[in-house]
Design a protein around this ligand. Sequence first.
Ligand SMILES: Nc1nc2c(c(=O)[nH]1)N[C@H]1C(S)=C(S)[C@@H](COP(=O)(O)OP(=O)(O)OC[C@H]3O[C@@H](n4cnc5c(N)ncnc54)[C@H](O)[C@@H]3O)O[C@H]1N2
Ligand code: MOO
Length: 407
Amino acid sequence: MSEEIPVDWGQARALAYEAGRRAAGPAETISLPDADGRTLAEPLRALTDLPAFPTSSIDGWAVRGPQPWRVVGRVLAGGVADPLDEDGTCVEIATGAMVPAGADALIRIEESTRDADGLVSGEPRAVPEWRLPGEEAHQGEELLPAGTAVDPAVIGVAATCGYESLSVRARPRAGLLVFGDELLTAGPPGAGRVRDSLGPQVPGWLRRCGAVVEPGAIAGPVRDTLEAHLEAVRGALATADLVCTTGGTMHGPVDHLHPALAKLGAEYVVNTVAVRPGFPMLLARVPGPDGRTRFLAGLPGNPQSAVIALITLVAPLLAGLQGRPAPRLAMVEASAPVPGRGGFTHLALARLDHDGRSAAPVGHVGSAMLRGLSHAHGFVVVRPGAQAAAGDLVPFLPLPLVAGERP
Ligand SMILES: Nc1nc2c(c(=O)[nH]1)N[C@H]1C(S)=C(S)[C@@H](COP(=O)(O)OP(=O)(O)OC[C@H]3O[C@@H](n4cnc5c(N)ncnc54)[C@H](O)[C@@H]3O)O[C@H]1N2
Ligand code: MOO
């Protein structure tokens, strides 16, 4: 019999995030193009004013004094403009070129005329046609805080500033051990055996949460003996910051995870969570071979419960390990009633409507099923003692899908 007292679901997420944050890996410097998907270890600051010089927004003329203007030169993007010293003169200017000191207006080429002597005339627009130094950012200004996820736009703004590399957090390395002698790794289920549906899917979820999962870090089915569990977990801890296991979280005759954790000197961060489905999930700190903290996340064997454990505990843990902010939940409208589960938080699989504002429960949601999960965007969260009526605003726990998945 288990004597664990399940942790509140929200508290479990906070504990997992905090454990990850405290164990966040060191910063490393990597080249800009390789930084996609990483996390800023330091704030991104402007190295110069942006723009760094007064910059023309148009092709046309930089003019000084009253018209008509005599053309005294030309300045292209990339060049350094000589000052315009004399009233009644202008230079031809290209978009992106430095505006000469002394210019008091820019005139678009198509809004100008030239007379027989080559003198230029035209009316400047009311809105200035050039960008002033510091208009976008001042030198030293913080553009993005530490903890920002690096995406192509972040890489772009860093390049604009003049960075060649960024200080980012190391990516957490994750491994996966699948437990269960009943599992088949090929062919259809039958005769008491089921296909392993977690070995093939968990790595994809882990990667979407920012972890690196090498093909060699996925093992199983691991035999249902304590010795085999211990050997597999020890082996996985040698290289992984986080080892996920599936199955064996309960206390059945062949559930060896808790005894294995005891033998490994593990310390529970969370040991069972008051949530349905998924309550036997756990997260533990395990001393690694080098003394550095490693984590083991025990995902329950029921496949939907395993995914729930992953987004409940592993997603916040990985956010913390990467130095990112704790994931926050959006509020959406429940488009149909969602029952509560007494003293447990109920995570109800749901699909968002096209604008993401309301969530409708999907079918086939048993914890042993994956059909509902493959249609859903995430879970409506119904807290202990509550239930949701149609039209209620409810928290929504998203699956870590990427753009274009589940349109
Ligand atoms: N006496 C009780 N028994 C169970 C309880 C309970 O409260 N009292 N809770 C049930 C719940 S809820 C869950 S969840 C499971 C969790 O148990 P384990 O983590 O120990 O998982 P297993 O027993 O190993 O497997 C459960 C179930 O899932 C299937 N499974 C396991 N791994 C995979 C996989 N990789 N791919 C597909 N299916 C998998 C396995 O065949 C079992 O059917 O405990 C309940 N029991
Ligand atoms: O809690 Mo179990 O994880 O409901 O299937």
